[in-house]
Ligand binder design. Structure first.
Ligand SMILES: CCCCCCCC/C=C\CCCCCCCC(=O)SCCNC(=O)CCNC(=O)[C@H](O)C(C)(C)COP(=O)(O)OP(=O)(O)OC[C@H]1O[C@@H](n2cnc3c(N)ncnc32)[C@H](O)[C@@H]1OP(=O)(O)O
Length: 214
């Protein structure tokens, strides 16, 4: 077992012992959604400095209330009521993670990989009116990795190649899909793309995932 794998196994075991229950997941999902609204409000606000200072003080007080009962680690995953695995704190798909848009993945039946429909707000803007290229890469890495996992051949991202074909607009519905093309021993090759509302791919990606030795 590699050093990295041993660390991950230990971490998973510790977190499984302290997984949130459904009621807590529901409440924290709502909390994260409000924090996303807060992030949008902060990015767009035009309040004067005194009001910004006053709001900052209130937020610091709220942060202290949440920190009063602090987990050692973020919750890693939980089984939903529908029996599907949810990566609760994942920075792409985690409903409990305010920095996740979130991009909720669906499994495409019959070995079709995974897909997601989502809209990114201008909080994720890079060039004016368009999504930051690193955010597209983040989302695609998640879909590519999930497709490898759903295929029964999970791994760590070893290579990730991106082709930015046209700018990805924010504020409109986007689709992303990923599917395994080939498995070669511990290596799984996956293709993915983000598609705009006009049905044209804006970003295409190929990746190789390697199951760590052992
Ligand atoms: C409702 C629907 C729900 C769906 C969801 C269901 C469940 C979803 C579950 C989960 C989804 C999660 C999605 C997450 C996505 C994000 C993933 C990440 O962010 S991963 C973090 C970033 N990546 C790293 O940090 C890797 C760091 N690197 C490593 O740990 C190692 O280098 C590793 C594991 C990649 C390889 O290490 P070694 O020691 O195991 O492998 P060696 O033996 O060196 O190589 C094996 C073969 O692979 C090639 N190889 C390895 N690395 C390569 C590389 N970078 N480029 C090219 N070839 C490479 C080698 O040449 C070798 O090939 P030869 O067998 O000789 O043919």
């Amino acid at each position: 077992m590699s050093g990295a794998e041993a660390v991950m196994r230990r971490d998973f075991a510790a977190r499984e012992r302290h997984a949130p229950d459904e009621a807590q997941v529901a409440a924290l999902t709502g909390l994260a959604a409000r924090v996303r609204e807060l992030t949008e409000a902060v990015v767009h606000t035009d309040v004067d400095p005194a009001e910004a200072d006053a709001v900052a003080a209130e937020i610091a007080a709220l942060t202290a209330r949440l920190t009063a009962a602090r987990r050692e680690h973020p919750p890693v995953a939980a089984l939903g009521a529908d029996g599907r695995l949810r990566h609760l704190a994942n920075p792409v798909s985690g409903e409990l993670n305010p920095i996740a848009p979130p991009v909720l993945l669906e499994i495409v039946p019959d070995g079709g990989g995974v897909r997601a429909e989502f809209t990114l707000s201008d909080v994720y803007e890079g060039p004016p009116s368009f999504v930051h290229g690193g955010v597209s890469a983040l989302i695609l890495d998640q879909l590519l990795g999930a497709a490898a996992a759903v295929n029964g051949t999970p791994g760590m991202t070893a290579t990730l190649e991106l082709r930015y074909r046209r700018p990805t607009p924010h504020g409109v519905p986007l689709t992303a899909e990923a599917k395994v093309s080939r498995v070669d021993g511990r290596k799984t090759y996956v293709d993915a793309a983000i598609t705009g509302p006009d049905g044209k791919a804006t970003v295409q990606a190929t990746a190789m995932f390697v199951m760590p030795q052992g």
